[in-house]
Design a protein around this ligand. Structure first.
Ligand code: NAD
Ligand code: UD1
Length: 339
């Protein structure tokens, strides 16, 4: 299959490229490197011994996107490109709506121009907002609590409307829980530009000595050990879900939202303990106050992914921490070209 991959140089995109290329698909990446490095694509080429088409441009540029999609003439599109920092989305909301919402509309218009009818979209469990019940299933009300989450909910709705209006179209909206970990080679991984907001990259930087200590945001939640509980999903399992999703989109028309998680919550303290096993030392932590907007627990119902995609997560928290540590310890400055 020919797969057009927006945001393919990013964290999740690069891991998915490895599996697409290994499975024999032909890929074209469309990325402006706003939050990624061309070195990631070089590493994917080395890992797979395969070529990667690249168009360096912005998804807000509708003409560039249409030209790229019509020239490549893909069988399917994977849409990773977007901005994802929750805090930044509150200070720069228009940038987030332009990139995540208008960018998605530009992409659908480009697909129409090229006659491409299959799309797999990177959505987020953040669209659910506060948990009315757990685990989150796909029928849980959608009520995002920040601009980033609203861009994802809007893009989901637009893709759904497009799929309804386009004969034979097929869209899969993958709602990721908390992607972590790295390729088992340690050659590609997550390379945050600024101080990481998310737990796992922060812990990784503490382990490698780039940060003094981890602040645990609250130990008085109603969970096993009082710390926040999340559904961490290995990025390698997540990449496999994308391959299952384009296969599904090839045989089923319509639009489906599907959770991608393990179905199991891990607390902050449990994640730190697993990371200590991976890196072989005790990590300095302190208990700090709760982070505003945080919930106690979040984890996925995974039945729909199993039933529709035939996919389930196989890698556990120790594998996630081991691969993260291999990547972080062998690439302490990430791809090394953005500091
Ligand atoms: P990332 O920032 O590593 O990757 C996004 C890629 O999109 C980068 O390569 C970036 O350069 C590119 N990009 C950004 N703006 C662009 C633009 N205007 N034009 C062209 N390219 C642009 O992020 P990621 O973690 O790989 O996330 C991929 C997708 O998954 C995003 O849409 C994100 O919202 C979604 N998602 C991520 C998480 C997570 O925790 N990582 C969770 C849920 C959903
Ligand atoms: C965050 C985003 C969410 C996004 C998700 C993607 C916020 C408010 N939410 O959620 O929209 O979909 O990432 O992966 O940013 N923690 C610490 N110390 C830290 C960092 C985090 O104790 O330095 C704790 C948090 O309180 C939480 C857990 O670790 O209990 C996980 O945090 P994080 O990795 O930021 O993920 P989410 O809170 O799920």
């Amino acid at each position: 299959m020919k797969v057009f991959v927006t945001g393919g140089a990013g964290y999740i995109g690069s891991h998915t490229l490895v599996q697409l290329l290994a499975a024999g698909h032909e890929v074209c990446v469309f990325d402006n490197f706003a939050n990624s490095s061309p070195v990631a694509l070089d590493r994917v080429r080395q890992l797979t011994n395969r070529g990667i088409g690249l168009v360096e441009a912005d998804i807000r540029d509708a003409d560039a996107l249409r030209d790229a999609v019509t020239t490549f003439a893909p069988d399917a599109v994977m849409h990773f490109a977007g901005l994802k920092a929750v805090g930044e989305s509150s200070s720069l909301p228009l940038l987030y709506y332009q990139t995540n919402v208008s960018g998605t509309m530009n992409l659908l218009a480009a697909m129409d121009a090229a006659g491409c009818k299959r799309i797999v979209f990177s959505s987020s469990a953040t669209v659910y907002g506060e948990a009315h019940y757990l685990p989150f299933d796909e029928d849980h009300p959608i009520a995002p609590t920040n601009p980033y989450g609203r861009t994802k909910a809007m893009a989901e709705g637009i893709i759904g409307d497009w799929a309804k209006a386009t004969a034979g179209a097929s869209a899969v909206l993958l709602r990721y829980f908390n992607p972590v970990g790295a390729h088992e080679s340690g050659r590609i991984g997550e390379d945050p530009r600024d101080i990481p907001n998310n737990l796992m990259p922060f812990v990784a930087q503490v382990a490698v000595g780039r940060r003094d200590r981890l602040s645990i945001f609250g130990d008085d939640y109603d969970t096993r050990d009082g710390t926040g509980e999340r559904d961490y999903i290995n990025v390698v399992d997540l990449a496999a879900a994308h391959l299952a999703a384009i296969e599904y989109a090839s045989r089923a028309a319509g639009c489906e939202a599907i959770n991608v998680g393990t179905g199991r919550g891990i607390t902050v303290k449990e994640l730190v303990a697993a990371y200590e096993r991976a890196c072989g030392r005790t990590l300095p932590v302190e208990i700090a106050s709760r982070r505003p907007g945080d919930v106690a627990s979040s984890y996925a119902a995974t039945v729909k992914a199993r039933d529709l995609l035939g996919w389930n997560a196989v890698l556990d928290i120790d594998a996630m921490c081991a691969s993260s540590w291999l990547w972080q310890s062998t690439n302490p400055d990430g791809y090394g070209d953005r500091q």
